[in-house]
Design a protein around this ligand. Structure first.
Ligand code: MSP
Length: 502
């Protein structure tokens, strides 16, 4: 089955921060997990380059929008391998092929009778590139997200007849209860729709950095239409000489945060309906990474630089921390001190030590060869047993519960640690009458380690890969406990998570 997963495309008005890395890592975990399941995955991320956020930032810096876009887009592109993201494509909305495809789709929307000319008057946030309704305003007509004063706008625009899609959208939500997850976000989107939809501006005059409307080139497309369409346009040109649209559309999952819920859960499906294109299967809405009480954001000046964090702890530790510390879907505070704590207690101690000890014991007691034995029911069975973990993780990831799936794996890591303490292989090794028992214990440990490591692979691909090599495991699929026979050669390795210099 094909599985097409996307992240938001990020504004190039500034450099990437950890909040952007977060969405791309979330999508990467799912992409990797789906590849493990043998799905035909296409994973894309990229940059949103047109419109006012970029034009204004370029003006402030005294460069052209294209110069700023080139520079910052490269930073986002470079970020992806740094965070161990395995994206298959990186789209830029300044790509000529994207622009041409956007014009083609929007022309269809026009020809289908879903646009008209009118006058817009209201509040506008240039940082969100969003027209705000009265109910969305912060105190004193400010932007509730960026905490900046809003501008009163009056201009001649083309409009998209969003209001005419109200009934279609309500039906979509009814027929597909899982269209937006988690549920509370679905309810929020549905409430917004039910409250009554207003038509939205589709174009703006007096802006030059953007995609001209094909039927009225004096107007530039409102950046959100250009941006949302990235999910669709990319498939037509991501692979030279090949059109992937039939293979991957409709998208399986859009990953995004709550700040852009309305665009994705309301405007996007309506736009696709207007163009006669199938709507995506599902979207997952996550919360914000907070620093202290506030959303991490460039305009609030409280961002962490992902490049610096990775320099210090490594990409895998960052990935692990973010999905362990912040319950995916909720807002959650992060702090550099928290990285250190989890790095030491969980990655280095719980997991790293389990790996080192297990490999060392198989090396010492069985000459580095995994013994042939039955898995011990002591580790296999029960609520936290290794036997059920793969199915549990699959099921949780099907529901896009990234933190709960990681928790399910971690409970097994801890269970294996308890098992070492209880079974005391070092005592068994001293007693010749216990050879068979020791085989069973070592087999269960190394098999358990193999299973948790394969399940952790989407979360911490680099270290899990190193460990799987040491375990003599070439496969990267979703494992089944007890399915690998004895006989594999394993090797000791240096600590997976060495002490951090402070
Ligand atoms: N360009 C638009 C999105 C267009 S998608 C068709 C945009 N860009 S953005 O650069 O502002 O990125 C917003 C997205 O980045 C959020 O929806 C979220 O996915 C991610 N995040 C940015 N800051 C974040 C946090 N502090 N916490 C979590 N995610 C954050 O909006």
């Amino acid at each position: 089955m094909s599985y097409f997963i996307t992240t938001p495309i990020y504004y190039v008005n500034a450099e990437p921060h950890l909040g952007h890395a977060y969405s791309s890592i979330a999508a990467d975990i799912l992409a990797r997990h789906m590849r493990q399941r043998g799905e035909d995955v296409f994973f894309q991320t990229g940059t949103d380059e047109h419109g006012e956020p970029t034009a204004l930032a370029a003006e402030r810096e005294g460069v052209t929008p294209r110069e700023l876009a080139d520079r910052n887009s490269a930073r986002f592109r470079d970020l992806m391998p740094k965070i161990n993201a395995s994206n298959d494509f990186f789209i830029r909305t300044s790509d000529q092929q994207h622009v041409a495809k956007v014009q083609e789709v929007m022309q269809r929307v026009h020809d289908n009778g879903h646009v008209y000319e009118g006058v817009y008057e209201g509040w506008y946030c240039p940082r969100c590139a969003d027209f705000k309704t009265e109910s969305e305003l912060g105190p004193g007509n400010t932007c509730a997200i960026h905490e900046i004063p809003l501008e009163r706008q009056r201009e001649e625009n083309w409009f998209f007849r969003l209001s005419t899609f109200q009934a279609d959208l309500e039906r979509l939500y009814e027929e597909r209860p899982g269209f937006v997850v988690p549920d509370f976000r679905r309810n929020e989107a549905l409430a917004f729709i039910r409250q009554g939809l207003q038509d939205v501006s589709l174009s703006r005059p007096n802006i030059s950095w953007g995609v001209p409307l094909p039927w009225d080139p004096g107007q530039v497309m409102y950046v959100w239409f250009d941006a949302l369409l990235n999910y669709y346009t990319s498939l037509s040109y991501a692979r030279e000489g090949e059109d992937l649209t039939a293979r991957y559309w409709p998208a399986s999952l859009h990953v995004l945060a709550k700040d852009i819920l309305k665009f994705h859960a309301v405007i996007w499906p309506a736009l696709l309906m207007a163009a006669g294109i199938e709507v995506p299967r599902r979207m997952v809405i996550h919360g914000f990474l907070l620093m202290g009480e506030k959303k991490m954001s460039k305009s609030l000046g409280n961002v962490l630089d992902p490049f610096e964090v990775i320099e210090r702890f490594g990409a895998d530790a960052l990935r692990f921390y973010l999905f362990r510390e912040v319950s995916f879907g909720q807002d959650g505070s992060i702090a550099p001190s928290g990285f250190e704590g989890r790095y030491e207690t969980e990655l280095a101690n719980d997991f790293g030590n389990l790996a080192s000890r297990t490999l060392a014991m198989v090396d010492r007691y069985r000459d580095g060869t995994v013994p042939t034995a039955e898995a011990d029911p002591e580790v296999a069975g029960g609520d936290d047993g290794l036997a059920g973990v793969a199915a549990e993780v699959r099921e949780l990831l099907d529901r896009v519960e990234l933190t709960q799936a990681l928790d399910a794996i971690w409970r097994r890591v801890r269970r294996l640690n308890r098992y070492v303490e209880e079974a005391r292989p070092w005592d068994l090794a001293k007693d010749e009458g216990q050879t068979e028992r020791l085989d069973g214990v070592l087999y269960s440990l190394i098999e358990g380690l193999r299973v948790v490591t394969l399940l952790l692979f989407p979360y911490i691909p680099e270290t899990a890969g190193t460990l799987l090599d040491a375990l003599g495991e070439d496969e990267r699929g979703v494992p089944e406990f007890g399915s690998r026979e004895g006989g594999a050669a394993v090797e000791r390795i240096p600590p997976l998570f060495p002490k951090i210099e402070s």
